[in-house]
Design a protein around this ligand. Structure first.
Ligand code: UT7
Length: 333
């Protein structure tokens, strides 16, 4: 249960975890399903393969595995967790929240639990909310999760979209700062006027599920790829420039950029516009595709376990997604 507020505290990531389903869907597998080729997918997206969850599993199953790994990494007990925030566009059910299922599965009895919906920008949205709770003293140990089963809302007859998405989960435990991995800033933004360019049309109150919505395949992700592509590059570039300016930094002060993994060419073009060499950008899209909310926390966990960063390094997270939404965070390692 969350407490009443006490004081303003600095907040750190004290543990991370990730979980990727074992089943791999390669570009060659997709060649057998739709009219595409490994060469086209690799050249246009940078993706070689993605992970796909088994039929009987849901987002909370992936989230639970990532959460347990983050909790172990943080050296805390599930009972210490007093707040769970999951970012997802593929909740187990519209309600209850996926966070409630995770709470029960990890045994975080009594912890506050709710979900955040900000698509691919959602993990940093959730991190920002968790940061406010911990910084104010309203929570001591918050579990922040980004988890998706995008394969369940992907149309495997549509070659323009089915090549992009994968399943996975990442998690971070945040607490009052002990000096390392401190969250220096988080920024959020949105532009609802562009909601229609990237959306899941059916299943909500606007277009409840019906035989017609199913016949028209409206229960799958729909997007206008070229428009999203251009907006993603421009928005990410502006977002990163704004973030470093607000933090009193320069692009050169950033040791590692962790962008949302939507398309390798989006990451490449953004870095080029910023004048940053690609060696400073983290990417794993070749292995996992676009996992929406999960992409940033999976990358943070991989970076954290790789030993690539040293104490004091500056890491910038930047994400962009449906809504439109965008979010960034600066972390001192
Ligand atoms: O994170 C947010 C979610 N992500 C997005 O919304 C995706 C953002 N957009 C993109 O990543 C890219 O726009 C795509 C990867 C979706 C598409 O790449 P593109 O370079 O913009 O290709 P395009 O849509 O302009 O298509 C070029 C050609 C077309 O053929 P014609 O008209 O030139 O004959 C497409 O029909 O490639 C064709 N095409 C394909 N060919 C082989 C489209 N998809 C495929 C495919 N395999 N899978």
């Amino acid at each position: 249960m969350t407490k009443s507020t006490k004081e303003i505290r600095k907040v750190s990531i004290v543990g991370t975890g990730a979980y990727l389903p074992e089943k791999v869907l390669t570009n060659h597998d997709l060649e057998k399903m739709v009219d595409t080729s490994d060469e086209w997918i690799t050249k246009r997206t940078g993706i070689k393969e993605r992970r796909i969850v088994d039929n009987g599993l849901a987002t909370s199953d992936l989230a639970t595995q990532a959460a347990l790994r983050a909790i172990e990494d943080a050296g805390v007990s599930p009972k210490d967790v007093d707040l769970i925030i999951t970012s997802t566009i593929t909740p187990d059910t519209l309600f209850p929240s996926t966070s409630c299922y995770v709470q029960e599965k990890i045994g975080a009895t009594g912890a506050g639990a709710f979900d955040v919906l900000a698509a691919c920008a959602g993990f940093v949205y959730a991190l920002s909310i968790g940061q406010c709770y911990v910084s104010s003293g309203a929570a001591d140990t918050a579990l922040i999760i980004g988890a998706e089963c995008l394969s369940k809302i992907t149309d495997y007859t549509d070659r323009t979209s089915c090549i992009l998405f994968g399943d996975g989960a990442g998690a971070a435990v945040i607490q009052k700062s002990k000096g390392r991995h401190e969250i220096l800033a988080t920024y959020l933004g949105a532009d609802g006027s562009q909601a229609g360019i990237l959306t899941l049309p059916a299943g909500g109150s606007k277009m409840p599920t019906s035989y017609q919505t199913i016949d028209e395949r409206m229960h799958f992700i729909k997007f206008r790829g070229k428009e999203v592509f251009k907006l993603a590059i421009n928005t990410l570039t502006d977002l990163i420039n704004d973030t470093i300016e607000k933090c009193g930094l320069t692009v050169d002060d950033v040791d590692l950029f962790i962008p949302h993994q939507s398309n390798f060419r989006i990451i490449e073009a953004t870095m080029e516009k910023l004048g940053v060499p690609m060696e400073k950008a983290y990417f794993n899209i070749d292995r996992y595709g676009n996992t929406s909310s999960a992409s940033v926390p999976i990358a943070i966990d991989e970076v954290s376990k790789s030993g690539r960063l040293k104490a004091g390094d500056i890491v910038l997270l930047a994400a962009f997604g449906g809504g439109l939404t965008w979010s960034s965070s600066v972390i001192r390692w």
